[in-house]
Design a protein around this ligand. Structure first.
Ligand SMILES: [Zn+2]
Ligand SMILES: [Zn+2]
Length: 478
């Protein structure tokens, strides 16, 4: 009998309790013959051959199966098959963080590509790794040490791969391959240092990472991006995002597919796998991964909403093993409903940072953000002090004043680019951004987009002003 799997090693991150060993009499839940080596939940024990040298041959001679692997691979394939979103020949970018779940995802894709013709995956994958070192103030030596671990793994996949630094400029496709300049690295470090809370830091990191991955996908012709979110991670994310005021976007933030970006669709094929299953699989099949610190690594439990929610869910899970699956099943039922009212439709504005449809009503925002905005503005040491004079979104100042910089989205702090950016953010992003002393150090591509939208909105407004008759009809239709 194969001995692989006797030693499970360290529990995976987020698996505080050691898993009970299967008893001698217990049989694999699938084949009912082999002795199980992996217990996912009480009663769900699977046999597995693992990838130990010599082990496979010995086990195969005994006529044994590898039910855990079959179960694991089936889940991955079923998730892709059920959703039928990825077409043969389509270029798919695998977002690999180095962590266990995304490493396992890359491995699953490699397995899928090596299958015989009937079962082979038919899309064309590439891998991307984002070097986030600058956000944590890592030295260049530390960062190149991480990259020295990352690159051989990427090379071993045999797939096309891309390693990009978070601070890399991305307006010019020509500059894709160039290493970031010291000034950009410094700017990004400064930006992250200036963020006052860990919660806002985590959100900002996530936002910038997503923007970069999407940019790379577009630049290299990928129409899908796969992320390695496990169901444990998504359950935590769902609860975290509720607490962050992102309730309206849960279906996008945690569902299988996320179409908010239009041309590039983000999919989450690992959303049926728990962290525990991922840890077992990676251990048994020696899936390589790289430890890269997160913003909250070593942070105390109450340091951020993310950390707190993670600790809460994982602790609850140890006492009530169906916690994660219950939360996760809820996420499956969420429907992406377009927003009603005049904001709905293709031309409806979306949040500059998270790209979700703006969930902020002009009427709401005056009350919801009045307090926080004035408090933030009073904290700002702006050369031109902007305090309580801020016009609430929705009310309009007299036309013709400072029109060139007008944001045109209802509010008229035309001389205040900061307020213009803020008005292009959803509720949650506005709350996060109030932990930034200034929005000026945001990456140039975000600021440029804000300006572009502002100008576009202004032109639209100008056109509307000229078409007074028609605009009445349009209002009735929309
Ligand atoms: Zn079995
Ligand atoms: Zn947002």
């Amino acid at each position: 009998m194969c001995q692989v799997g006797e030693d499970y090693g360290e529990p995976a991150p987020g698996e505080p309790t050691p898993t009970p060993r299967p008893s001698r009499e217990q049989k694999c839940v699938k084949c009912k013959e082999a002795q199980p080596v992996v217990v996912i939940r009480a009663g769900d024990a699977f046999c597995s051959l693992g990838a130990g040298p010599g082990c496979k041959d010995a086990a195969l001679e005994d006529g044994n199966r590898d039910c855990f692997k079959a179960f694991y691979v089936h889940k991955f394939r079923a998730m892709l098959g059920k959703n039928r979103l990825i077409f043969p020949g389509e270029k798919v970018l695998l977002a690999w963080s180095g962590g266990p779940s995304s490493s396992s995802m890359v491995w699953q894709v490699l397995e899928g590509l090596s299958q015989d013709s009937a079962k082979r995956l038919r899309f064309v994958p590439g891998v991307i790794f984002v070097d986030e070192g600058a956000a944590f103030g890592k030295s260049l030596e530390e960062r190149s040490k991480t990259l020295a671990e990352v690159k051989p793994i990427l090379q071993a996949t045999g797939l096309p791969w891309h390693v990009v630094a978070l601070e890399e400029p991305r307006l010019d496709p020509q500059s894709l391959a160039s290493p970031p300049a010291a000034a950009q690295t410094e700017a990004l470090s400064q930006l992250f240092c200036s963020v006052r809370t860990l919660t806002a830091k985590e959100e900002l990191l996530q936002t910038l990472r997503t923007h970069l991955i999407l940019h790379m996908a577009r630049a290299h012709g990928y129409s899908k991006v796969m992320t390695g979110d496990s169901c444990t991670r998504l359950a935590i994310k769902l609860m975290t995002n509720l607490a962050l005021g992102r309730g309206a976007f849960l279906a996008w933030d945690t569902g299988f597919s996320d179409e908010r970006h239009g041309d590039v669709v983000v999919v989450r094929p690992m959303r049926d796998h728990t962290l525990k299953e991922v840890a077992f699989y990676n251990r048994l099949f020696s899936v390589p991964s790289v430890f890269t610190p997160a913003v909250d690594t070593k942070a105390p439990e109450k340091a951020s909403i993310h950390r707190l929610m993670e600790a809460f869910i994982l602790r609850l899970q140890t006492q009530f093993p169906s916690t994660v699956s219950t939360v996760y099943r809820t996420s499956e039922k969420l429907v992406k409903a377009p927003r009603d009212g005049p904001a709905a439709g293709d031309s409806s504005p979306c949040c500059l940072l998270c790209m979700c449809a703006l969930d902020v009503d002009a009427a709401d925002s005056a009350t919801a953000f009045g307090a926080q905005t004035s408090s933030r503005l009073s904290q700002m040491q702006s050369p031109t002090p902007l305090t309580e004079t801020r016009t609430p979104p929705g009310s309009c100042c007299s036309p013709g004043v400072g029109r060139v910089q007008g944001c045109g989205q209802g509010a008229c702090r035309r001389e205040d680019p900061q307020a213009c950016i803020e008005e292009q953010l959803c509720y949650s992003c506005r709350v996060n951004m109030k932990d930034l002393p200034s929005l000026d150090p945001l990456p140039p591509y975000i600021l440029a987009e804000a300006q572009l939208r502002t100008q576009r909105a202004w032109v639209l407004q100008e056109i509307r002003d000229c078409l007074i008759e028609d605009s009445d009809d349009e209002a009735g239709q929309s």
